[in-house]
Design a protein around this ligand. Structure first.
Ligand SMILES: [Zn+2]
Length: 341
């Protein structure tokens, strides 16, 4: 790819292909400081993919980058979001009112978007799953945890239109096609530009990290099954340059998908070993493992990260049981696993 700076977070408009630029935008999050937005020229104005987290800093960075290209903020006519997480969706949602642009996101995101409430504590819909994982106290703790400051005052709601698999959006330079890739969230989509061999991959394929699975307001029952199927689906498309939401532009979607599948295979083996060693519930497995590159214990993680850790183990155990490698019994709504056979 031409013109990509060594540091992918460097502000500005970085050219990807004719009429297609990458614009890194700042995020109010620890650890994940930048989101890539992509600006695409179309006949009636600009199409923007994932224009970041609602706020003044986002608008300043986007305005400056667009000026480099000879555009203004109100040249944006369409925002596409790969999914509803706030670092992808919330600025676009605000621009519906202030710029009058239209916003489109995957149809299955409706579960987490339309049911969303701010007065019910953090992630109340995860309570039954956490109880089933043997971690009901985590659900109680989440219920009493206030939202982080970065989420306060961010407006949120449904888009102008839901996207479906196979939908196409016309650009000055060809078109992009919507590919449904559930897993990271239920309605996650990627945008495939077959003419230029580009894949706007959102959080489905990230070059340096593995995305969280099922971490959303209204999660589905089998998020890792969905994620692995979605990786296999995209592997069935022609090999493409990956334009991720976080991290640098990456040469081969096929190679990165192999790495991600390999990672989850290793994770499944590791979790199987913990079950063999006597951890019976998802919570027990999560406590037996170490987390982050600092090897933290589960109870040393922030509460939201504990939730995503237990969710991840639960999702892997679900796949292990589908593969017949573990079996389980539910007693008083708590699921206990054992090695099969
Ligand atoms: Zn996300």
């Amino acid at each position: 790819m031409t013109d990509q700076p060594e540091d992918w977070t460097e502000p500005g408009a970085h050219r990807i292909a004719p009429g297609i630029h990458r614009i890194p935008l700042p995020l109010p999050l620890d650890g994940l400081g930048t989101v890539n937005s992509y600006v695409l020229e179309a006949a009636d104005g600009l199409v923007v993919i994932d224009p970041g987290w609602y706020g003044h800093r986002t608008e300043v960075a986007m305005t400056a980058a667009l000026r480099q290209l000879g555009y203004r903020l109100d040249d944006i006519v369409t925002c596409l979001a790969t999914h509803h997480h706030w670092d992808h969706y919330s600025q676009a949602y605000a621009w519906r009112s202030t710029l009058g642009c239209r916003l489109l996101v995957g149809r299955e995101e409706r579960h987490s978007i339309t049911g969303y409430r701010t007065d019910a504590g953090r992630f109340p819909n995860h309570a039954p799953m956490l109880a089933n994982c043997g971690a009901p106290q985590l659900a109680r703790e989440l219920a009493h945890t206030p939202a982080p400051e970065s989420e306060v005052g961010v407006s949120f709601g449904p888009p102008d239109r839901w996207l479906d698999h196979g939908d196409r959006i016309r650009l000055s330079n060809g078109e992009i096609e919507v590919v449904s890739t559930p897993g990271h969230t239920r309605g996650h989509v990627v945008f495939h530009h077959a003419g230029s061999g580009l894949m706007f991959s959102g959080d489905h394929i990230l070059p340096h990290i593995t995305p969280s699975i099922g971490f959303e307001w209204a999660p589905e029952a089998h998020p890792l099954r969905s994620y692995i199927s979605s990786l296999e689906l995209v592997r069935g498309l022609p090999d493409s340059v990956v334009l991720p939401s976080h991290g640098p532009v990456t040469a081969s979607s096929h190679q990165r998908i192999e790495e991600l599948l390999h990672h989850h295979q290793g994770r499944l083996d590791e979790i199987c070993d913990e079950v063999a060693a006597g951890s019976a519930t998802a919570y027990e497995v999560a406590r037996a493992l170490r987390w982050t590159r600092h090897n933290r214990r589960l109870d040393e993680l922030p509460i939201d990260h504990q939730l995503s850790a237990v969710t991840e183990i639960h999702a892997h155990l679900d796949v292990l049981s589908m593969l017949g490698r573990v079996s389980y019994v539910d007693r008083s709504n708590v699921r206990s696993y054992a090695l099969s056979g």
